[in-house]
Design a protein around this ligand. Structure first.
Ligand code: C2E
Ligand code: MG
Ligand code: MG
Ligand code: MG
Length: 281
């Protein structure tokens, strides 16, 4: 098969690979300066209570407005930031900006919402994480329970004992904790029991086909029950249709997040949405 494709294809793949390597190098170089050049920004995606239809939280999602390449998605640069260690600085900026923004919305009378911030592995295991989070809360004046930290199963599983210690320390300063992309990692139920977490976020890959695939429907219903039996809140990610929404409501999922209600949007657009009192249709 490979032989059939011949030499041209080989060259094609090599060229494509070189291009990718070059892009990576370029992005890496540019990422080093992105913070100080103020090219990074946060978008926010509303999280909606499925019983009341009201916005109860937001997830902060980073974007990079590259001067030549345009808007770059975090899927293209977060791993790189993680590998190069730049994530520590970038993550600190995200944490500060998200908390400051949430406090500003509270001051503007736009409501008391929870702000979720994603942490990556290196950031989570950095020496002074808990102190730095506490410091951001103090600097911004945001009450701790309005901050939620999202972690993935694989992050926690990197070093379970150490992770549980850090999670307990984070709980002791009053922040909320959730497991992101739940169901896609390798955490065992035995560990889940010992994590001092508040919520599970069902990964969008399970939500996508709940109305057409019986297995996905069963998995989502089971995660909702599991969460509730462990006294955890549960939030579905990637909800795009009315049918998915109804399924989640029938199964008593607590919250949803997804394009059906809103894509991640800029802070000013969030303000418009909150002022308009947008609720789930
Ligand atoms: P995540 O934390 O699981 O975030 C949810 C992703 O799903 C976001 O992608 C969001 O735009 C997308 N999404 C939301 N609703 C829908 C929907 O209805 N349909 C579909 N198809 N997608 C939807 P985004 O913004 O590209 O972020 C990708 C990932 O990058 C995040 O996944 C998170 O793991 C990471 N990330 C984003 N911001 C940060 C950050 O500030 N720090 C760190 N460490 N990671 C971040
Ligand atoms: Mg997340
Ligand atoms: Mg997720
Ligand atoms: Mg993810």
């Amino acid at each position: 098969r490979a032989k059939e494709m011949g030499n041209n294809n080989y060259q094609f793949y090599t060229a494509a690979m070189n291009e990718r390597a070059l892009e990576r190098l370029r992005i890496e170089g540019d990422l080093r300066n992105a913070l100080e050049r103020k090219e990074l920004l946060l978008y926010y995606q509303p999280q909606v209570d499925l019983r009341t239809g009201r916005v109860v939280g937001m997830e902060a999602l980073i974007r990079w407005k590259h001067p030549q390449l345009g808007m770059i998605s975090p899927t293209r640069f977060i791993n790189l930031a993680e590998e190069t260690g730049l994530i520590v600085q970038i993550g600190a900026w995200v944490m500060h900006t998200a908390c400051e923004q949430n406090k500003a919305w509270q001051r503007m009378g736009l409501g008391y919402l929870r702000m979720s911030v994603n942490l990556s592995t290196r950031q989570f295991f950095q020496q002074n994480l808990v102190q730095s989070v506490a410091q951001v809360l103090e600097e911004t004046g945001l009450a701790p329970h309005y901050l939620e930290i999202e972690l993935t199963e694989s992050l926690v599983m990197t070093d379970v004992e150490l992770a549980v210690g850090i999670l307990n320390d984070l709980k002791s300063i009053g922040v909320q904790l959730s497991i992101d992309d739940f169901g896609t990692g390798y955490s065992s139920l035995a560990y889940l029991k010992s994590f001092p977490i508040d919520a599970l976020k069902i990964d969008q890959s399970f939500v996508r086909d709940i109305t057409v695939d019986q297995d996905d429907a069963a998995i989502v219903a089971s995660i909702i029950s599991l969460a509730h039996n462990l006294r955890l809140q549960v939030i579905a990610e990637g909800v795009e249709t009315q049918e998915q929404l109804s399924y989640l409501q029938r199964h008593r999922c607590d919250e949803m997040q997804g394009f059906y209600f809103s894509e991640p949007i800029a802070a000013s657009a969030i303000e418009d949405l909150l002022r308009a009192g947008k609720v789930l249709p």
